[in-house]
Write a protein that binds this ligand. Sequence first.
Ligand code: NAP
Length: 529
Amino acid sequence: MLTGKSYIGSQLSRNETKTFKTFNPQLNAENPTVFFEATSNEVNQAVQLAAQAFKTYRNISGSQKAAFLNAVADEILKLGDILLKMYCQESGLSISRAESERERTIGHLRMFANLVQEGSWVQATIDTSEPSRVPNAKPDIRNMLMPLGPVVVFGASNFPLAYSTAGGDTVSALAAGCPVIVKSHAMHAGTGELVAAAIIQAVEKTNMPHGVFSNLNSGGIEVGQQLVKHPEVKAVGFTGSITGGRALYDLAAKREVPIPVFAEMGSINPVVILPEALRYKKEAFANTLAKSMTTGTGQFCTNPGLIIGIKNDFLDDFIVKLSEEVAKISPSCMLHPNIKAAFRKGKSKALEQDGLRTEVVYTDNVKPNYAKQMLVSVEGQFFLNNKILHEEVFGPYSIVVKCKDKNEMEMIISNLEGQLTGTIIAENNEMQNYMSIVEALQNRVGRIIFNGVPTGVEVCNAMVHGGPYPASSDSRFTAVGINAIKRWVRPFCYQNWPDYLLPDALKNENPLGLLREVDTKHTKSSILV
Ligand code: NAP
């Protein structure tokens, strides 16, 4: 069923002799399909087609876009076990994880279908004219959100479905009215091709313009760089490492016409445990935290990589308990030998730093590509003075920082880089004494959690998945939830424009029945003239 070719719009294409294969980390062997790297000609064709498609796609109705997104969901489901098996073969992740990620992908598609079907997301805002206003007549001003144009999407290695070919970035951009060119992730090119085929089926069944979606194979960084530099590309969505995201952000900024890069990158997700919680919750929480640290072999952007507490006997007891729980967990497979190598290197680099103490490390033999989980600890001063200890070690690794007091805890939190999440574990009666800690944490993160764990990102309207740099390149936006659509649009304004030439969203009659702001009031009513 797999061809190893790229999709340039609806056409399968293969022009290059440069090839690559994906890898099955459970079998420690290459998968059989040969994938063909997209050429610069193919990159250019895909972008030109997307630019052509944009002329039609930008004006397609919300109902038509909803039908398209729902058809993508249906076609992905039709792939059945073939997709799930391919996902497992290329990631080493379990079948149940594949199922849950597929469910999440389908959920995202249906959520955006509902959003564009209803339509009010365009935030139509109307200020009607006042011709008799003195000293100057007030013009009629109407504004709404408009799509930016072709978007390039880079998916992450650790979410072959939910943050990849038909992941949150692709789906929100298509919902906004932007054609999408996916730079397929080299580690799961087969999963990518299957999902791309499903999207192309949906394009054809719902009569979307040719070129509204393309999927380009690439085993290196050149295709992605060419895409970001292409003048017809208007925005980029990226999920991955800080190094990769920053490189693409800088590249986009150096273009003659710079474009936005919405990069969701690494994070160590601080978990702050307050003293009373340590006293009363340490046993139960150690168990919960050990699972959160190791779930998905620690390969989650929301993995709790940093645990912060104030030094006392309860913290020592908690570390012992957490170490026991971490030691009990059977090691699991990482996504790829390169990720395993990076994990090993990250642990070794951390261990070379002054003051680091190993609390527990899995020592038994493990299968190739399986990760040996590790918990380390360090005194607050060492952590404060050494930024290497703040770096993400992508995998099942966490560091406990033992602060001498509340002031040091606040200083440590204030000196952290931007993070996706922050967690407070506390008893209610101690919260009022630690509001300065809560504020310091709020300042560094995009989502704050009370008495829970950061892993498990709910897909819902209110979710924020982003945060101050480097968690994301622009903390004003989220990559998960309906507000993710706002990354791909710009506000556009009509002044004194004749009603019959306005888009339906802004017409007096309100033919789409949208909730609009008219003369500062929210209403679904039409405007009487
Ligand atoms: P990655 O190595 O940065 O790769 C992501 C994608 O970007 C790949 O397609 C890669 O292409 C491309 N790329 C990387 N560097 C590039 C460059 N300089 N120029 C052009 N393209 C480049 O990340 P990963 O290993 O896939 O993912 C793991 C990381 O993602 C972790 O740090 C994790 O925390 C983060 N992550 C973040 C989130 C979030 O929402 N914030 C979610 C999941 C994962 P090639 O594969 O061809 O090199």
